[in-house]
Design a protein around this ligand. Structure first.
Ligand SMILES: *[C@@H]1O[C@H](CO)[C@@H](O)[C@H](O)[C@H]1NC(C)=O
Length: 376
C-alpha cells in the first residue's frame, strides 16, 4: 500500500517533535526498561500514581519502573491483574507516602489504600497508609496483596486493624516497617518477612479498653495449602501489648525465627479466638528468639509442632517462596535511583537484599509451586 507523501511527512515530523513523555526507554544496568516519573510538583510525567499505572499497557510483559518522588499522595491506588511487571520506586519511605482512608464493613481487602492484583510486582522505599479512624476500630488495610511473586523492600505499612492484608500468593517483605494493632498482618499469603520492624500501636484508640492486640492472623485452611507466614530476624516493638497472633484458620502456620521480641508480647503468646474448637492443628513456632518477650515459659500449650523438615522448608526461601527464583529476576531500581540514594545517603541499613538472593539471575521457570487455598 502506498502512503501518500503528505501523510508520510506528517507522521515523520510528528514523531520528531512529539516524543511521548511517559515512554522514555531507559537503558538500566540489567535490561532496557521504561521509566515513568510521578511528581506532585509537576516535574514528572504524572502527578497522580494511579494515572501512571493506568498508562501501563494491559498484559504488559516487560518490567516498567514507576518512580514516585517525595510527597504525600492522597489516592486509593490499584494495580489491576492485567498489569504485571511493574516496579514501584519511592524516594524514601519517610517521604514518599500513599495515603487514603477507607474501611469499616466486611469487604476488608477492598478498603486498602494500595491493592496489588497483578503477579510480578516489586516496590521499594514507599509507605502505604490507611488513616480511616472511625469511633470503634474497624478493618482498614493500608495494602492488600493478591498477586503471586510480589516483593516489598524498605516499605512502610501503617494502619490500625488489618494493616497488611497479605491475602494470596508468594511474597517477600524485606526491611519493611509494619504498624498496627489488631490482626495487622493477616491473610492466606505464603510469605517471608525478613529484617522487618513490627510496631504495635493502637493509634488514636485506647488500648486499655481494647486490650492486647494481635500481630498476625494467618489463614491456612487445609493441610495441603502451601501458605504461611515466616518472620526472620524481625524486631517486634510497640507501645501496646500484643499476642504474636491468633490463627485465623484451622491449619494456620506462623514462624518467628531469631526475632527480637520486646516486653509488649504477652506471656501466653498466642490466642485461639478464631479457631477455638480446633486448637490442635494450628502451628505457631518460635525459634531462637531473643528479648524480654521471648520467654516461652508461660506460652499456651495448644497447637501443632512443626517437624524439622517442615520447619526447614519454611525457613529456606528457596523451598518456601522462591522455588522458581522469581526474586533474583525482579529488577533492582535504575541507576537514577541509586544516584539519588547515594547523594542523600543516610547510612541506612534498612534497605537490604537477603544474602541468599544476591546471586546470579536465572531464567524464569514455569513451575508454579503455589496452591490456592480454598475459601468458603
Ligand atoms: C511505633 O509507633 C509509635 C506511635 O506511632 C511511635 O511513637 C514509635 O516511634 C514507633 N516505633 C518505631 C520503632 O518506629
Amino acid at each position: 500500500m502506498q502512503i501518500p507523501w503528505s501523510i508520510f511527512l506528517y507522521l515523520t515530523i510528528f514523531h520528531l517533535i512529539y516524543i511521548p513523555p511517559r515512554l522514555t526507554v531507559f537503558a538500566g544496568d540489567v535490561k532496557p526498561r521504561t521509566v515513568i516519573v510521578v511528581d506532585q510538583s509537576g516535574h514528572g510525567h504524572f502527578s497522580k500514581l494511579q494515572h501512571a499505572i493506568d498508562s501501563v499497557p494491559e498484559h504488559n510483559y516487560k518490567w516498567i519502573e514507576i518512580q514516585v518522588r517525595a510527597g504525600v499522595y492522597r489516592e486509593k491506588v490499584e494495580i489491576p491483574s492485567n498489569k504485571p511487571y511493574i516496579s514501584l520506586v519511592g524516594d524514601d519511605r519517610d517521604t514518599t507516602v500513599i495515603q487514603w482512608w477507607d474501611g469499616g464493613g466486611s469487604a476488608t481487602p477492598e478498603y486498602a489504600t494500595f491493592s496489588v492484583y497483578a503477579d510480578n510486582f516489586v516496590a521499594r522505599h514507599i509507605t502505604f497508609k490507611n488513616s480511616f479512624h472511625p469511633v470503634t476500630i474497624s478493618q482498614a488495610p493500608a495494602a492488600s496483596i493478591f498477586g503471586d511473586k510480589v516483593a516489598f523492600y524498605d516499605c512502610g505499612f501503617i494502619g490500625v486493624q488489618d494493616t497488611l492484608t497479605d491475602f494470596l500468593g508468594r511474597h517477600l517483605f524485606d526491611g519493611c516497617y509494619i504498624e498496627g494493632y489488631i490482626d495487622f498482618i493477616w491473610g492466606y499469603g505464603q510469605s517471608i518477612y525478613h529484617g522487618c520492624t513490627i510496631n504495635v500501636t493502637s493509634g488514636p484508640y485506647n488500648d486499655r479498653i481494647y486490650g492486647a492486640g494481635y500481630i498476625t492472623a494467618q489463614g491456612r485452611e487445609s493441610i495441603e495449602d502451601t501458605n504461611g507466614f515466616v518472620f526472620k530476624y524481625c524486631k517486634v516493638v510497640g507501645n501496646s501489648y500484643a499476642y504474636l497472633g491468633r490463627p485465623y484458620q484451622t491449619y494456620s502456620r506462623v514462624v518467628f525465627y531469631k526475632n527480637y521480641l520486646s516486653d509488649i508480647v504477652v506471656p501466653q503468646g498466642w490466642n485461639p479466638a478464631f479457631i477455638f474448637g480446633h486448637r490442635g492443628s494450628a502451628a505457631h513456632e518460635e525459634v531462637d528468639c531473643v528479648g524480654p518477650g521471648s520467654d516461652k515459659s508461660q506460652r499456651v500449650k495448644w497447637g501443632r509442632n512443626l517437624n524439622t523438615d517442615e520447619l526447614n522448608s519454611l525457613l529456606n526461601p528457596n523451598t518456601f517462596i522462591n522455588q522458581d527464583h522469581w526474586i533474583e529476576n525482579q529488577p533492582p531500581p535504575t541507576k537514577r535511583r541509586a544516584l539519588h540514594k547515594f547523594l542523600t545517603s543516610k547510612t541506612t541499613t534498612r534497605s537490604t537484599t537477603m544474602p541468599e538472593f544476591r546471586q546470579r539471575r536465572t531464567p524464569l521457570s514455569r513451575s508454579f509451586p503455589f496452591v490456592h487455598p480454598r475459601r468458603g
